[in-house]
Design a protein. Sequence first.
Length: 507
Amino acid sequence: MHNKNIYQLVQSHTVTQPDNVACIYQQTQVNYQQLINKVDSLAAGFTRYGIKQGHKVALFCPNNLEFVYCLLAAAKLGIALAPLPLTLKGQALSKALQVADCSYAIAWVSVANQLIRNDLLPSDKVISVGGDIDGVTDMASLMSLSIEQSNSFSADINAPFILTMTSGSTGQPKPIVFTQSTKIVRAFDATVQYYQLDKSDVVMVSTPLYHSLAQRSLLMPLMLGASVVILAKFSVDAWLDAIEVHKISFLFAVSSQLKALLPKLKKAQLTSLKCVVSSSATLESEDKKLLLSALNCRFHECYGASEMGVISDFDITQPNVPINSVGKPLPNLRIKICDSERHTLPKGSVGEIACCSSTAFLGYYNLPEQTALSYDNEGYFFTGDLGYLDDDGYLYYVGRTKEVVKSGGINVYPSDIELVSNYLPWVVECAAFGIEDEKFGEVILLAYVCSDKAPSNAKAQLQMHLLKELTDYQQPRILFDMVALPKTEMGKIHKPSIKQAYLQGKG
């Protein structure tokens, strides 16, 4: 199976189950035969347009069927796609195209206009999606051309297939290179087999498709011969409705989505769900307990990195599991915890999480030195995350190495401060991090959001609570009250935006 490319795996279902539903998007259902017909037309159109094997193509597309067609056509032709958010603008947009060496773009009409207007790409290198632009070829017309189609393409599964930009960094973006082989191994070995999925499953995608985990949620059921339901955008009602209407059985959800769903979960009809996997940021223990009481299915939490895929996982519904952990390493994956010199630390010691797996990325595009530095001589990838292992082999996530605050020569972990702050029932969410200070060099800032049940002197009560529960070197010097904490599209709290908001208010 792993010798076939992604297109060939999906195309094989046109022989055995051509009329089975492959994709559902809003009111449109596409069976496997219709899907492959669309993909073949688009692949032929790409070839006619001049896009060929090895070309790097930027993809600016919302969650829709066009995204699916582009992924599979790229898999057929051996094109490397760089999926990017539609919100990219200015320097960030031009830099992303530059570092990924994109010579073409398939772009939603608003982005296509921006690319041409700002001379980022010539109009004959842009294919528009979702609308017409004078002098620009649109994807719909490209797919409708009567062109002789070839099924002789056999793209190399070990060549670059997806270039995913590292997210959350304000510096130079680093494209992470995935091959089709990586995507196939992650789909089957780390998802289908691990979570016991089969062709009868209906999988939902509810996060942006430019993100690697959403791409797995999309490609995995199609390669398996199951069905996938694509949400245009997450909302509580759309998520719950999709499960009830389409009988969703399996899904990955980011923790912020699950937290938003809590008030409505118990009343919802979710009997079709067999397994829910929480990913992205770790859930608070109390939220895990509430979800356990609301979800009548297997409920997993996983931890991973874009470069490696899912690293650890556990079924929270199993008895006597440590609910504060992020599970055990996946089968055939090895983890160690290392100090700053990359020496292995004993159980219980906090250090950088390093892992070795067949699900690893190919490397950072055009950055061989950075790729080499991210590994040690034993083949372990260093994640940049802090954690520790207990005596039973469970992994505990502590935070990012770059977020550790040095206070009086002692390491302070923001997660410890956040955990204590969240004990207060009226603290909705919070985030702690270090911020430069003229007098002390670096101090801890704690941003927090209060519920409407918070006392009138919430700030003073929070401060008293922290003084009682934390040591002196852990104390935040700045308490920053916010209406809501800014988040990425994957639901992760975006600390650079909090810092920017604080500095703007201060200035």
